[in-house]
Design a binder for this molecule. Sequence first.
Ligand code: URA
Length: 241
Amino acid sequence: MRLDKALGWAGMTRSEAKKAVRAGRVTVDGRIATDAGMDPGAGEILLDGEPISRPGHTHLMVNKPAGVITATEDARWNTVMDLVPQEMRRRGLGPIGRLDRDVTGLVLLTTDGQLAHRLISPRHDAPKTYIAQVEGTLNPEHASAFAGGIALSDFVAKPAEMRILRSGEGGSLAEVVLTEGKFHQVKRMFAAIGHPVIALTRIRLADVSLDPSLPAGGVRFLTPEEITRLYRAAGMTQEET
Ligand code: URA
């Protein structure tokens, strides 16, 4: 979408928007915009230093550090919402699924409750990809065990892909793709094969990857392409964002 059209969200006509750009009153991600026809993408647009609010739903990506919980508020712990800068906060923003307090990486926040519900519902099986650092030496038999469905005390996990990235005496590193998300599931699956998890990071959820340039604790808007992929994974028609 063109910048002058996006400025319509702030109540400006196209020609007013063009004038505002010419006068240097508009920034996109901190840089003064010079071209009213540019595509600001998911960049932050400020008019006279004030953020303009976008219509429709808001979708954010958070790189969750350890020690922060995936909730909207908590009396004891910092939550992922505490990481969201004031100007990005919207009423109704909440996480799509959860990560344990000690688990790091990709958390998506959205104001679209239906999207969140669909993506975590077992019916849609949105894949989640994790990098797990585990104790001991993993071998291909462990990967076969994951592919066959690991029996835990209260259920049998769905077949999951586990790719060994590094394996040695001092520990191993593996990528795991799950299509379900039960409590402590990755940790429980590795514990069940005798290789407890030392550290766990989520790097992907339903076709959206953690932005490698986002530092721990960092937050950004999803790009239009990421939003489209998310809605597609949920089997929903994308609303205007
Ligand atoms: N599996 C876990 O064990 N913990 C998480 O937070 C996510 C997946």
